[in-house]
Design a protein around this ligand. Structure first.
Ligand code: PLP
Length: 421
């Protein structure tokens, strides 16, 4: 960091300010967490200089002996942690991992059955704005309008009617466990591949806090930067018989040279996730999400599906008469970071939304527990009800900022000397 301060004070200032923002904000964005200083050290290393197209032992560049060791460690750790026959640790992101999975399992024009975007599916699950919706033929399943959970009978009916080549489960804002065995059955019945996009919950799988999709899926894709607490990036797990197809789909089909600094950082995160205390973290993350959802329900926000089994909850704010967009903005002005989110069958457009999404990977990394979740629910309750256009509301939001600061100061996410040394 000293070199950065000397050579580029403007960017050094960005790093200082961003650390301050992370330390001073109550971080409830469900897709974020805090990577360890060891992960960050691998990311900011000389491995970033190295070209290594190919795979360990079969590179298109010389000088790869060291980075080969990093990638082999990452692969072995991923296989062991998740009980997978094969792992590809090169995808630059979750979206890149999904592009490669489509390429490995389907052809352009094939039917792909996946959860609709407004119900929690990701852009890569068939959005018209994305390769998945432009190059493939997406069919969307929705959640049941009453239970708000996946309607497996509807999934089966759609599969029988449309004969997809690929069925996808795994979402960005679905708070419940997914019945992977049921999806496997449906896929087998229609001769489809099953892709589980575990981007959101792979960290909980690593910590044994939720069931693993690995025994059921043909291919599992994920990100490494959410509850897994690794670097930004993606990863693919699959059976040995699909290994070659998956590897070729990542490189050379979807990507060029892997980011070896990120691959090494993934190895570090995978080692950390195999430690006993990571299990405690993953399980506490779920307990915290439940406690926060219960607390928010007491504040008049209805948890979609009635609660959560995972690290996230979606709250319907219609009873409070506040839209998701305004709730997000009000919370942000009190230094609470969360995001607006559509609820199933949302009457509002996505940019407004009737709900918010909260997640607990970050606050749990900081050491917060159920008691703090009850406090946070109260803080969010006040924030959401405080209209900044009124003098009373603006005053309350200013007071809240003090309370939020006092809370996060008790649970610092990083010591300054650890990350800006
Ligand atoms: N799949 C799911 C379910 C996600 O939630 C996300 C990101 O939030 C992705 C894929 C894409 O990951 P990335 O943003 O790394 O491309």
């Amino acid at each position: 960091f000293a070199a950065l301060e000397r050579d580029d004070p403007e960017i050094a200032a960005v790093l200082v300010d961003e650390l301050a923002r992370q330390r001073e904000t109550l971080q409830l964005i469900a897709s974020e967490s805090f990577a360890s200083p060891a992960v960050l050290a691998a990311l900011g290393s000389t491995l970033a200089n190295k070209y290594a197209e190919g795979y360990p032992g079969q590179r298109y560049y010389g000088g790869c002996a060291q980075v080969d060791r990093a990638e082999e460690l990452a692969i072995e750790r991923a296989k062991e942690l998740f009980g997978a026959e094969h792992a590809n640790v090169q995808p630059h992101s979750g979206a890149s991992a999904n592009l490669a999975a489509y390429a490995a399992l389907a052809e352009p024009g094939d039917v792909v059955l996946a959860m609709g975007l407004p119900h929690g599916g990701h852009l890569t699950h068939g959005s018209k704005a994305n390769f998945s919706g432009k190059w493939f033929h997406p069919v969307a399943y929705q959640v049941d309008p009453v239970s708000e959970e996946i309607d497996y009978d509807e999934v089966r009916d759609l599969a029988l009617a449309h004969r997809p080549k690929l069925i996808i489960c795994g979402a960005t804002s679905y708070p419940r466990l997914i019945d992977f065995a049921r999806f496997r059955e449906i896929a087998d019945e229609v001769g489809a591949y099953l892709l589980v996009d575990a981007a959101h919950f792979i960290g909980l799988v690593a910590g044994r806090a939720v069931p693993s999709p690995v025994p059921y899926a043909d291919v599992v894709t994920c990100t490494t930067h959410k509850a897994l607490r690794g670097p930004r990036g993606g990863m693919i797990l699959c059976r040995a018989d699909l290994a070659q197809r998956v590897d070729k789909a990542v490189f050379p089909f979807a990507q060029g040279g892997p980011m070896m600094h990120a691959v090494a950082a993934k190895a570090v995160a995978l080692r950390e996730a195999g430690m006993p205390d990571f299990r405690g973290y993953a399980q506490q993350t779920v307990r915290n999400a439940r406690a926060l959802a219960t607390g928010l329900a007491a504040e008049g926000m209805r948890p979609v599906t009635g609660g959560t089994d995972t690290h996230l909850a979606v709250l319907d704010l219609r009873d409070l008469g506040v839209c998701g967009r305004d709730a997000e903005a009000r919370c942000a002005s009190a230094r609470i970071a969360l995001n607006k989110n559509a609820i199933p069958y949302d009457p509002e457009r996505a940019a407004v939304a009737s709900g918010i999404r909260i997640g607990t990977p970050s606050v749990t990394s900081q050491g917060m527990r159920e008691g703090e979740m009850r406090q946070i629910a109260g803080l969010i309750g006040v924030a959401v009800r405080s209209d900044p256009e009124t003098t009373g509301g603006a005053g309350r939001l200013a007071e809240l900022t003090e309370e939020v600061s006092a809370l996060v100061r008790r649970f610092p996410c990083y010591a300054e000397q650890e990350v800006l040394a």
